[in-house]
Design a protein around this ligand. Sequence first.
Ligand SMILES: Nc1ncnc2c1ncn2[C@@H]1O[C@H](COP(=O)(O)OP(=O)(O)OP(=O)(O)O)[C@@H](O)[C@H]1O
Ligand SMILES: [Mg+2]
Length: 265
Amino acid sequence: MTDSATSTPVLETKDLVAGYLPGVNILNGCSIVANQGDLIGIIGPNGAGKSTLLKAVFGQVNVRGGEILLHGEEISGLKADKLVTKGVGMVPQNNNVFPSLTIEENLEMGVFQDPRSFKERFEFVAGLFPELVSRRRQRAGSLSGGERQMVAMGRALMMDPSVLLLDEPSAGLSPVRQDETFLRVAEINSHGVTIVMVEQNARRCLQISHRAYVLDQGKDAYTGTGREMLNDPKVIQLYLGTLATDVEEKAKTASQATVEPRQAE
Ligand SMILES: Nc1ncnc2c1ncn2[C@@H]1O[C@H](COP(=O)(O)OP(=O)(O)OP(=O)(O)O)[C@@H](O)[C@H]1O
Ligand SMILES: [Mg+2]
């Protein structure tokens, strides 16, 4: 993280309002800031609008109000291919590789707007994900979930993005693979790539995030450093859940129920 309090953020959304169906807004005034070198975590309940936020930034959802600024320039309304050339990389939550293409072809697709840079960018991606190199001729559809995630991130990195949007990179992976994915994300960030990462695995996400936002009903409900959020009782109670407390509470309720029978609801 850099001292960027006075410099223009890489990515900023201001009071963003967006939705899919007429008259139904999913984002209801969502504001986030990602400064140069930041790793920003976005957590929140299912359906809060986390994926919608990333999709809106990436030109895939109608923006109805507010602003999206990339290095201070308004980008809302631009289409994904244009955004890619401007330095926005996106790894969607689902269907993020071309399964019938090989690993290498997937990476070529990442750089199709600037094929001459393939060799140089491939070397960068290969440095991050060396295991992909020996299997570069393997079809992406035959890879494990974790390996696919690497291909998807590699593809997005081929255009040398200044900001990388990641939608649930650890979803569906085993705990060991999840840890590995978070380490890779932190490593990509250490190369200076600003990252905005949506995650279901809130605890791990906060552990590696410089700053984070809780999204609730399409609005940024809380923000703070990853560490602050991990220790914030409100965030813990509402969004992180504490299994130990839950179990204690349930046990207490159960023992009370035997003494005072529950009234009919
Ligand atoms: N293509 C679509 N058309 C209409 N509504 C949609 C569409 N995609 C998402 N929505 C709605 O937008 C709301 C927010 O969805 P979104 O996918 O952004 O949530 P999320 O926070 O990413 O949830 P999750 O944690 O389950 O991934 C949901 O109510 C969802 O039904
Ligand atoms: Mg989502």
